[in-house]
Structures are given as C-alpha cells and as structure tokens.
Design a protein around this ligand. Structure first.
Ligand SMILES: Cc1cc2nc3c(=O)[nH]c(=O)nc-3n(C[C@H](O)[C@H](O)[C@H](O)COP(=O)(O)OP(=O)(O)OC[C@H]3O[C@@H](n4cnc5c(N)ncnc54)[C@H](O)[C@@H]3O)c2cc1C
Length: 409
C-alpha cells in the first residue's frame, strides 16, 4: 500500500550535490531526507569529478568539519604540469610536492575518483543523521504556496516545505515544475578513458596536455592523474568515426600510442561525449518552493572542472536560501529569499558556461583566428615565456571564479 510522509525539506538525488545539500541542511540544524532512485550499493560510472578546487574543499570543510581534509588526504595533488605542441614541450611548471598525508591546511586542489568523493560525503551524512530513502525514483513534484508534494514511482507521497532538486542531468524535478535547460551542445566528440595505475611502478604525478599529439594524427590528448589511476581524454577530429576509437580494441590501439602498453590491460572505463553547455531557465519554480542544484540545473564541458565544483556552492546556497526563508514570517519574504538564492546560482552557472565555452574554443582551435593565435604563441614561447603559460592554461578557461554574491553561509 502506498504511504504519505511529511518532512521539512527533501533532497532528490544522492549524487555528490544531493549529499552536499543534506550536509548543509544538517549544518543549519534542519533535518535532511534524501530520496534516491537507485538502490544503496549501486555502481557509479567512471572517475568523473576527479578535480576538486580548494574553494570546494573549503566549503565542504565549513559545512562538515573534517570532510575537506578527508578528501584531501585521500586524493593526490600533482606537482608538475606540462604542455606539448605537436610533440614539443612549450610549458612546464613544478609547484613542489604538497603533503597530502598530513595536510595542515587545505591543498590548492585534490584529485580522486568521484566514487570516493561520494563515499566520504555519504559517511559524513550518516554521522549527521541524514535520512536516506533508496530505490525511490521520484515521478512528479507539484508546488503551491503552501509547499510541495512529491510522488514516487511506487505511488508514495512525500510532502515538504521545500525540495532541493539534485537529481542530475535528466532531472524529473526540473521537468515537473516546468523548467528547462537551454544552450548548445559541442559538435566534436571527446573520449574519456580511465586506467588503473601500476602501484608497484607508478608514473610520475604530472598533468600533461598535448596539442595535436604527433602519434595521434594531430588529435589533442590530456593525461590527468587521480588517486590510483589516470584519466586520458582524447579529442576526436571532425569526420572521425567515434566507434573506431571507443570500442575496447580501438581504445587499446590508440592508448598504447600515448601510454605504456601495460595500461591497455588496465582500462576501467571508456566513455564518449558531445558536451552540453546548458543552464536551466530558472533555478526555482513559480512558487519559490523548489531549488535546483548541480547537473539538474546546468551541464558544462568538464575542461576547467566546473561541474561538481559549482554544484557544491549551488547546494549550499540553496540551503542558505531555505534557512533565510524559514526565518521570514511573510510569504513574500520567504519567496524573496528563495528567489535570491536561485538568481545567485543562475548568474554563477552562466558565468561558468561562458568560461567553459572559452576553454572549448581554445581547445577546438577550429577558428582561423584561434589557430593563428596558437601558432604564434608556440613560435614566440622561447622569447616570451608567458605565452607558454597561455597555451598551458587555455584548455581550462579563465582561472577566476564566478561573481560571489554571498560571503556567509
Ligand atoms: C567525463 C566527466 C568529467 C568530469 N570531471 C569533473 C571534474 O574534474 N570536476 C568537477 O567538478 N566535475 C566534473 N564532472 C562533472 C561531475 O561529474 C558532475 O557535476 C556531478 O556528478 C554532478 O553531480 P549531481 O549530484 O548534480 O548529479 P549526479 O551525479 O548525476 O547525481 C544525481 C543523482 O540523482 C539520482 N536521480 C536521478 N533521477 C532521480 C529521480 N527521478 N528520483 C530520485 N533520484 C534520482 C541519480 O540516481 C543520482 O544518484 C565531470 C563529468 C564528466 C562526465
């Protein structure tokens, strides 16, 4: 028989953004319940968000003391980055080794598999008494001035004052309240392959970017270490047949041109993407009862690592908005608090989308202007070293972050 339950706030989705929202609610003393479609021990795909910026670690440490340091201790921070252009090194920087085992302050970034990020977040949630309802796909969300009503696939009903929609790219929450993602999709296909490190004989921890790798017929290749493995990104050329490169035999064939042969037997994940560059037309519904966060609200190409790194502040600011709404007596004040949280994160998402578009334009180099700029930079790097830095940083977009309207959480 279907049941009717009531909670103050419900988070939909137990991905990393939903887990962050739950931790932020607990940090404010608000009970947190997560409805998740999958069963508890579901497999999760690929390394995905391997790069967490210091700003993200700092936020997580604030809402869940110890979590930022746990993520840092369990990740790696590569000291060296290198950039090659057609096989010739045009930039190298050595930052020196960061102590990741006993950090006394949070490192500039940490790199670990998203599975582990979620595991440590989940453990923190259990400690904070977050309620998990697994195997409960949400089918519909209705809102009114009084609150929200969620219906799950099994016919159960959950009433709540507020809902945080952290149910990912195909968000049912977003669709139910009539919101939609807007924006383009990349024309080029990118391949993402994870390989397991050989712990007895590991490669040095270096992030390496190759423009027009000579062994790869001029395709761009990026190698990024994470704890226990490597992520290898390959950018296909227009006219390439993605199947040729994505089937296991095809991957083995090209991977051994850019890494030692042993890694062909260590492949753990293969995926191909044409990236979306989309932002929801609003981050809240017309009644100010639902807030979207993470991939439910936006999707970006991963160059510059703006996905989870912006999903975390989305979740935290959504909770801040809800906290402020609870402290208002009047409906108008409550709505204003939610609207202002939603606006803040929509502005940030638009900024992030522009930043990853800049990175993509640089990477794709398919305008004659960008090609000329890159060629010029390569030829002048020996006398103007900062051009090497431009070549190195270009594939990740601007280094600064979106405007921060909120200073206190
Ligand atoms: C190749 C690649 C590389 C990336 N690299 C980085 C990086 O280096 N750094 C970075 O910051 N980000 C990166 N990202 C992005 C990052 O992985 C995402 O931003 C992050 O996973 C989004 O988390 P989320 O919680 O919003 O969504 P998800 O992880 O998709 O979680 C959504 C959750 O909602 C659940 N759900 C879905 N529908 C329902 C429903 N109807 N009812 C209940 N539950 C539901 C799902 O089962 C899931 O558990 C990368 C992504 C890719 C693909």
């Amino acid at each position: 028989m279907s049941k009717v339950e009531r909670r103050k706030v419900i988070v939909v989705g137990a991905g990393p953004v939903g887990l962050t929202a739950a931790l932020a609610l607990r940090n404010k003393g608000i009970p947190a319940t997560i409805l998740e479609a999958d069963p508890k021990d579901r497999p999760r795909p690929g390394s995905r968000a391997i790069y967490l910026h210091k700003a993200t670690l700092t936020l997580l440490e604030k809402i869940s003391p110890g979590l930022g340091f746990t993520l840092s201790r369990n990740g790696v921070s590569w000291p060296i980055k290198r950039t090659f252009f057609r096989g010739k090194e045009v930039y190298m920087r050595n930052y020196g080794v960061t102590d990741m085992k006993h950090p006394t302050k949070l490192p500039p970034f940490t790199s670990l598999h998203q599975d582990y990020i979620e595991k440590y977040m989940y453990e923190a949630c259990l400690k904070e008494g977050v309620e998990f309802v697994w195997s409960s796909p949400v089918k519909d969300v209705k809102t009114s001035e009084e609150g929200t009503i969620i219906t799950t696939e099994s016919g159960d009903t959950w009433e709540a004052d507020y809902v945080i929609g952290a149910d990912g790219a195909r968000s049912v929450v977003r669709e139910s309240v009539g919101l939609k993602l807007e924006g383009p999709r990349t024309a080029d296909t990118f391949l993402v392959v994870d390989v397991k490190e050989d712990e007895d004989n590991p490669l040095p921890l270096e992030r390496v970017f190759h423009y027009q790798h000579p062994a790869m017929g001029g395709r761009n290749v990026m190698l990024v270490p994470f704890k226990g493995g490597w992520r290898v990104d390959l950018q296909l050329l227009t006219g390439d047949n993605p199947d040729e490169f994505t089937e296991l035999d095809g991957v083995k064939k090209w991977l051994t041109k850019v890494m030692d042969h042993k890694y062909a037997e260590r492949i753990t994940w293969i995926s191909s993407y044409r990236f979306h560059q989309v932002v929801s037309n609003s981050f809240t519904d017309k009644h100010g009862k639902v807030l979207l966060a993470g991939e439910a609200a936006h999707l970006f190409a991963p160059f510059g690592a703006r996905g989870l790194n912006s999903g975390v502040p989305d979740a935290i600011i959504a909770v801040k908005g809800i906290g402020e709404a609870y402290s208002e007596d009047q409906l108008a004040g409550k709505k204003k608090a939610i609207q202002s949280a939603a606006n803040e994160r929509k502005i940030a998402a638009e900024w992030n989308r522009n930043a990853s578009t800049t990175a993509l334009n640089h990477l794709q180099g398919d305008s004659s202007y960008m090609n000329m700029k890159r060629e010029l930079a390569v030829s002048l790097t020996p006398i103007v070293p900062k051009l090497g830095r431009w070549l190195d940083e270009g594939p990740y977009g601007p280094k600064s972050g979106p405007p921060e309207l909120t200073t206190k959480y």
